[in-house]
Design a protein around this ligand. Structure first.
Ligand code: HEM
Length: 504
């Protein structure tokens, strides 16, 4: 009995002490909507469960934010999270705060100082030099690879014509985008047997699942606790499988560059008919490494893994949603087919640079899908000082969560038909220019995505090659979703392929 009373007293004191520590933050956000807080865990009880539960939670608080037109507050233990979806607020936060909160440390065990997880000081040092690898002119140079990969996908889909519905993402897209990113960003052309293997992909996915389940369980947040769990062992195993691949890519590329240097010939990996096609992301880092010795071997490998994560999973998810939406909106699909016919006629030629700006309806479909189905549903930033937003002041120490799901579904931003899938809205010049700043799917501000142009160009190329050949059918209007870092479908996501000529 005595021990129980003592324990009760200690817990009460601890609780009071924690309340005192967070008193300023609590008073600054007290006017914002929130849920009932439990001692010690705050609102963490809302997250217990799976990714579907996390998605329902996001939908629920989005509705409240829409009604109140205010950010929403969540307490995870003693950490205050301010969820916001207003694009102006989002820009304010993203331009002022460079640091990412401790959740990103769960991924830092793997991605270390790679661009996505790096602390602000390291990110600032690298970002401009790295971003060159995905600039407009570079992306134009990637077009032959985008075309080749899109054609390969189109040919693979032939076996699905008039067959049972299937999961496009799992069966094909994940591998198509993995191969594409390896060829364009890492200069690694021979990837079918080394990287694009089931083992690699399972390990890659395993890491993402483990990071997400850790994030949902507050008791696994302290590093010393997590290291004692079987989850950590599995995490280390998966990371080692993935890192063996980045290690092999790095060693191979270094050897090629060394050999070229020794033989005093220019390196030909990315050349075609003697002309330099493009300098890859990996080559840029390796060249920087000659003069910048802050780039360690470990850091370079972390950048390889980062670019595979950032560039592969996101585009595959986005393309999957596009096909699913086309499948349940035959009128939209027909309009896209018509646009492709107008530009390409009966020709099966590759997509050229000049075609990209003419694919206006195709672009509208891409943006409309990204608005309603953001592959990354939101990002986090750590407030290192107070900052004033439209309806509150974010207190120093709080974590801001920019909800792309919330902004994409807001009637205050997109109008009363915000929840409808209507690519036509992007053809209105007013909406298109407003949308350019209000569509947050690629994030906003200083640490926004550097691969937007890459992603949109690849998506257009894939769509042209597939839609001119096949018709797609889905029941995605009944799709159910979950969050496991990415926004993923759990049902209603199977696709059927039909031949346009009606002949298999
Ligand atoms: C539809 C496709 C894509 C979506 C929706 C997307 C979305 C995002 C988002 C939301 C962020 C911010 C992450 C954060 O703050 O935590 C981000 C960052 C990033 N993305 Fe993308 N991305 C896509 C494609 C790509 C591609 C194709 C690449 C590269 C080839 C890429 C490279 C990066 C990198 C390197 C960062 C980190 C930027 C930084 O911190 O400076 N992304 N992306």
């Amino acid at each position: 009995m005595f021990w129980l009373v003592l324990l009760g007293a200690i817990l009460t004191l601890l609780h009071v002490y924690m309340r005192l520590l967070t008193r300023r933050t609590r008073s600054m956000v007290s006017h914002l909507p929130t849920y009932k807080c439990l001692p010690f865990i705050g609102n963490m009880y809302k997250f217990f469960g799976d990714g579907q539960n996390a998605f329902n939670f996001l939908e629920n608080l989005t509705t409240i934010m829409e009604e109140r037109r205010q950010p929403f507050v969540i307490w995870i233990g003693q950490c205050c999270f301010i969820i916001l979806s207003d694009p102006e607020d989002a820009r304010m936060v993203a331009n002022n705060f460079l640091e990412k909160p401790y959740f990103y440390n769960f991924a830092r065990l793997w991605l270390k100082d790679g661009l996505v997880t790096a602390p602000g000081s390291i990110w600032k040092h690298n970002v401009k030099k790295f971003a060159v690898a995905f600039s407009g002119s570079m992306v134009d140079d990637f077009l032959p690879i985008f075309n080749e990969q899109s054609r390969k996908l189109q040919r693979k889909l032939e076996v699905e014509v008039n067959c049972e519905p299937f999961d496009l993402f799992e069966k094909y897209l994940a591998y198509t985008t993995l191969e594409t990113i390896c060829q364009t960003a890492l200069g690694e052309h021979d990837v079918t047997e080394t990287i694009v293997t089931k083992e690699y992909y399972a390990a890659f996915n395993g890491i993402l699942e483990l990071i997400f389940s850790r994030a949902l369980n507050i008791f696994l947040h302290p590093e010393f606790v997590y290291r004692l769990t079987p989850g950590y062992k599995e995490f280390k195993r998966c990371v080692s499988v993935v890192q063996n691949v980045s290690d092999a890519i790095l060693r191979k590329r270094r050897k090629e560059m060394e050999e070229a240097k020794t033989a005093k010939i220019s390196d030909s990996t990315n050349k075609e008919n003697g002309e330099v096609k493009f300098k890859t992301f990996l080559d840029i880092i390796l060249q920087m490494n000659d003069t910048d010795h802050t780039l360690t071997e470990e850091h370079i490998k972390a950048e390889i893994d980062t670019i595979i994560l950032a560039g592969q999973e996101t585009i595959a998810t986005a393309i999957n949603y596009i096909f699913l939406m086309l499948g349940c909106k035959p009128d939209v699909q027909q309009k896209l087919y018509k646009e492709i016919k107008e530009i390409f006629g009966e020709s099966k030629r590759p997509v050229l640079k000049e075609d990209l700006s003419r694919l206006r309806y195709c672009e509208a479909i891409i943006y409309e899908t990204l608005r309603l189905f953001p592959p990354v549903p939101g990002v986090l930033r750590q407030a290192d000082r107070d900052i004033k937003l439209k309806s509150c002041t974010v207190p120093k120490g709080a974590t801001c969560c920019i909800s792309f799901w919330g902004s994409g579904h807001s009637k205050h931003i997109w109008g009363s038909d915000a929840l409808q899938y209507k690519p036509e809205r992007w053809l209105d010049p007013n909406v298109a220019s407003m949308g350019a700043t209000s569509l947050l799917t690629f994030s906003t501000g200083k640490r926004a995505c550097i691969g937007k142009r890459y992603a949109v160009t690849l998506m257009k190329t894939v769509l042209v090659h597939s839609v001119r050949e096949y018709e797609f059918v889905s029941e995605a209007d009944k799709m159910e979703l979950k969050i496991d870092i990415a926004l993923r479908p759990i049902s209603g996501h199977l696709l059927q392929v039909k031949s346009r000529s009606g002949v298999k």
